[in-house]
Design a protein around this ligand. Structure first.
Ligand SMILES: [Zn+2]
Length: 368
C-alpha cells in the first residue's frame, strides 16, 4: 500500500514564513469502508504521537487498507517550535493565551431545524448532507471577513479535514502521565480495542477540544432524531488518546500503541486483516468522577503516588517541602486524599504555586 504526501498551510509568521503541516494519505481500496483522520502534537511538548504515527505508517504500508487513512503528525508547527531553554511550551497560543486544544469550532447546529429540512433523506444521504454542512461551516469560519485568531485558524483548518473522516483520533500525552483515553459514552465498547489501560467516559458536551468538535454535532443529531422516532447511530467515532508523558519519545512503546490503533481499525473494517487487541486489564471512569487535586500550598513537590496504580485513601500522594519553614513542623507537608483512587497524571514541574493542578485522579473506577 503506497502513500502520498502533501502539506497544508495553517498560518504565517511575521517574517512571511509559512506554517505548514505535513499530510500523509493512504488511499483505501473500498469506498464503502470508513475513512480515518489521525493527528498528533497539537500541544507542542506532546511529541509521542509522532512516534506512534511513524510506527502506524510502517504497519499500514504492508496492510490491506480498505478505507482512506489520513495522518497529520507535527500538527502545530508554531507550538512545537515554541521553546524556552530546554523545554517546549506549546500548550497555549502565545498571543492569546488560549489552550491550542480549546480552539475548535463549536457548530451549534440547530439540529431541530436542520432535521426538519432534511428528514426526507435516507440515512446515507442524510449523513452526506450533514457532513457537507459541517465542512462548509468550517470553511465559512476560515473565510470570515473579520479574520480569525492564529489558534482558531490552525484548529479549524485541522477540524475541516477531520470532518471528512468517519473516525478521528487526536494523539496527545499528559504532563507526567499514564496512558488514558477520552471516549464518548456511545463508543465505550470500542475502548477495549486500544492498548490503553484507563478510559475516561465523556458526555455530549462541547468544551473546545478536537474530539468533541467532531462527535458533538453528530451525537446531537442522533439524539434529536431519536425523539422523532428515527434511530440513527452516531455516524462518527472521535477519541483523544493520551499516550504517556510530554517531552518523551519511546519508539517501542509507540509500537504497542500503533498495534492498539490497528486493532481498533481492524474492528471498524478500515483494514482487511484481523488484528486482535492486546490482552490486558482495562478500566473506566466517568468524567464526573475524574478529580483534580490542587496544591493547598506553594513549595517544592516530591511526587509519591505511582501513576496508573491504585492509591488507597490516606496513602502518601506527595510531599511539599518548604525550607522557609525550616525549624517548624511545617517544613514538610505530606499530602493524602480522602478516598480510593487511581492517579492518572501529575504536574510536570517539582515546584508549584498554591492552587496548581497537582494530580488528576480517577475515582469510582470500574473494569471495562
Ligand atoms: Zn494535549
Amino acid at each position: 500500500m503506497s502513500f502520498t504526501q502533501s502539506s497544508l498551510k495553517v498560518g504565517e509568521l511575521a517574517t512571511g514564513h509559512e506554517l505548514n503541516v505535513p499530510i500523509f494519505r493512504f488511499r483505501g481500496t473500498d469506498v464503502e469502508a470508513p475513512r480515518v483522520y489521525i493527528q498528533a502534537n497539537v500541544h507542542g511538548a506532546e511529541v509521542q504521537g509522532n512516534a506512534v504515527i511513524y510506527q502506524l505508517m510502517q504497519r499500514l504500508e504492508t496492510a490491506n487498507v480498505l478505507g482512506d487513512v489520513v495522518l497529520v503528525p507535527l500538527a502545530n508547527p508554531l507550538g512545537i517550535n515554541q521553546k524556552s531553554g530546554e523545554f517546549t511550551l506549546g500548550r497555549f497560543d502565545p498571543i492569546t493565551g488560549v489552550n491550542w486544544n480549546r480552539e475548535y469550532f463549536d457548530h451549534k447546529v440547530d439540529v431541530e431545524v436542520w432535521y426538519a429540512q432534511h428528514h426526507h433523506l435516507d440515512d446515507a444521504a442524510l449523513t452526506h448532507a450533514f457532513r457537507t454542512h459541517l465542512i462548509a461551516a468550517c470553511q465559512a469560519r476560515l473565510d470570515g471577513e473579520w479574520g480569525i485568531t492564529s489558534g482558531h485558524q490552525l484548529a479549524v483548518s485541522l477540524q475541516k479535514m477531520a470532518h471528512d473522516a468517519d473516525i478521528v483520533l487526536d494523539l496527545h500525552t499528559g504532563p507526567k502521565s499514564c496512558k488514558h483515553l477520552y471516549c464518548p459514552t456511545y463508543a465505550y465498547e470500542l475502548a477495549k480495542q486500544f492498548s490503553i489501560p484507563y478510559t475516561l467516559i465523556i458526555p455530549n458536551d462541547f468544551g473546545g477540544a478536537m474530539d468533541e468538535s467532531i462527535f458533538c454535532p453528530w451525537w446531537q443529531l442522533s439524539e434529536h432524531m431519536a425523539t422523532q422516532g428515527r434511530s440513527f447511530a452516531v455516524a462518527v467515532d472521535a477519541f483523544t488518546l493520551e499516550l504517556g508523558s510530554q517531552e518523551h519519545i519511546d519508539l517501542e512503546d509507540a509500537k504497542q500503541d500503533a498495534h492498539g490503533i490497528m486493532a481498533y481499525l481492524s474492528a471498524k473494517g478500515v483494514i482487511g486483516e484481523q488484528v486482535l487487541p492486546a490482552e490486558m486489564s482495562r478500566f473506566g471512569c466517568y468524567l464526573k468522577d475524574y478529580k483534580k487535586y490542587h496544591a493547598p500550598l506553594g513549595g517544592m513537590v516530591e511526587y509519591k503516588a505511582t501513576l496508573g496504580e491504585k492509591l488507597s485513601a490516606g496513602q502518601p500522594l506527595a510531599n511539599i517541602l518548604r525550607l522557609d519553614k525550616y525549624g517548624s513542623d511545617q517544613v514538610l507537608t505530606p499530602l493524602t486524599l480522602p478516598l480510593d483512587c487511581v492517579p492518572i497524571l501529575h504536574f510536570a514541574s517539582a515546584s508549584v504555586y498554591q492552587g496548581t493542578e497537582l494530580y488528576k485522579v480517577m475515582t469510582n473506577v470500574f473494569e471495562l
